[in-house]
Design a binder for this molecule. Structure first.
Ligand SMILES: Cc1cc2nc3c(=O)[nH]c(=O)nc-3n(C[C@H](O)[C@H](O)[C@H](O)COP(=O)(O)OP(=O)(O)OC[C@H]3O[C@@H](n4cnc5c(N)ncnc54)[C@H](O)[C@@H]3O)c2cc1C
Length: 304
């Protein structure tokens, strides 16, 4: 974040407007602020629509704000979440500005139920900003999960990897700059390669930025998948930052989401049957459960 960018954010935060629309005090406090994520990234809220009451208002198809007692609203929101009655949650929307490494953006963009506008590297010159992991995040390939990481690299190996990441990023950016320049290093004029072509030289740890607008239902779906321990750490830290913001925006809906989705678990019919047998005192094993080894491991992860 440059001082000029920070000044623009501060200027926007200094302004207030009167409105007849419902606002969420928790979200007003977050508006425009850039919350740092990873080494150069951030998330910030640009705009939002709706609050907890808007979910209830839509569910009841009310004429006015439709606000009943908070306890009624809480019960209704929990009911909607519990029974996958999702459309009232779609009545709330949020528009974010996210700065993130390209390899994280590739995972994020798979969530299709959102509106995106990305910084144009055809039009603009990318900044020299690359994600370099903290040494503690520099981990070896997991031996148990092909899609994961294990213990942190140590000693010379860790140092060598960090050096290569830094050197390769810098070298690629030096060449990017040299290719788009209209002067050679020795000061002679040259045509300068188009930005849309020169960028192909840049590695996937370079940062990009976008505006991302999504409704609350689909944001919860994103958070359930990406604030989960199975998600890669580099996208999970963005999801965690968003969870903190959403908890302040729609506290009742977020509490229901945390309870039923993030912290909850769903069981297959076989799982329910096994649980019943266990509660009746039977010693059920993977062999007698009718489940595969993987299913059994996940089932025991829930019930143990
Ligand atoms: C831990 C993890 C590992 C992953 N690994 C891989 C991987 O190895 N390779 C890979 O390619 N992807 C991978 N993904 C991405 C994953 O398969 C999904 O693409 C991503 O999570 C987006 O989910 P989604 O499609 O449900 O979300 P969204 O695109 O936001 O869609 C939300 C829901 O809308 C509906 N929907 C949206 N668009 C359509 C459509 N066109 N047709 C029908 N229904 C639609 C579906 O019900 C969908 O669940 C991984 C994701 C996670 C969380």
């Amino acid at each position: 974040m440059t001082p000029e960018q920070q000044a623009e954010i501060d200027a926007q935060r200094a302004q207030t407007h009167t409105t007849r629309r419902a606002t969420a005090p928790g979200m007003e406090a977050h508006l425009y602020t850039a919350y740092p994520v990873l080494d150069h990234g951030f998330v910030r809220v640009i705009d939002y629509m709706g609050d907890d009451a808007a979910i209830c208002q839509a569910a009841r198809v009310s004429y006015g704000r439709g606000t009943k007692a908070v306890s009624n609203d809480e019960g209704l929101i929990r009911y909607l979440m519990r029974h996958w009655h999702s459309t009232p949650f779609e009545m709330c929307e949020v528009k974010l500005h996210v700065k993130l490494p390209v390899f994280v953006a590739r995972q994020w963009i798979r969530h299709r139920t959102a509106n995106v506008n990305e910084y144009s590297a055809r039009y603009s010159i990318l900044d020299r900003e690359f994600y370099i992991p903290e040494p503690s995040a520099l981990a070896a390939q997991s031996q148990v999960n092909n899609q994961g990481r294990g213990a942190a690299l140590e000693g010379q190996e860790a140092a060598r990897v960090l050096d290569w990441l830094r050197e390769d990023s810098d070298r690629a950016y030096d060449h990017y700059e040299a290719m788009i320049a209209t002067q050679t290093a020795s000061g002679n004029p040259q045509q300068g390669l188009a930005r849309e072509l020169a960028r192909m030289n840049l590695p996937a740890n370079i940062y990009t930025q976008w505006y991302w607008k999504v409704d609350l239902h689909n944001l919860f779906h994103f958070l359930r998948l990406r604030a989960d321990s199975h998600a890669q750490m580099e996208i999970r830290v963005y999801a965690d930052a968003l969870c903190r913001i959403v908890a302040d925006w729609v506290p009742l809906a977020y509490a229901a989401f945390e309870d039923y989705r993030l912290g909850g678990a769903s069981l297959s019919a076989k799982g329910v049957e096994c649980l019943r047998r266990m509660l009746a005192g039977e010693e059920v094993t993977q062999e007698s459960s009718g489940m595969s080894k993987g299913e059994w491991r996940e089932f025991m992860g829930v019930v143990e």
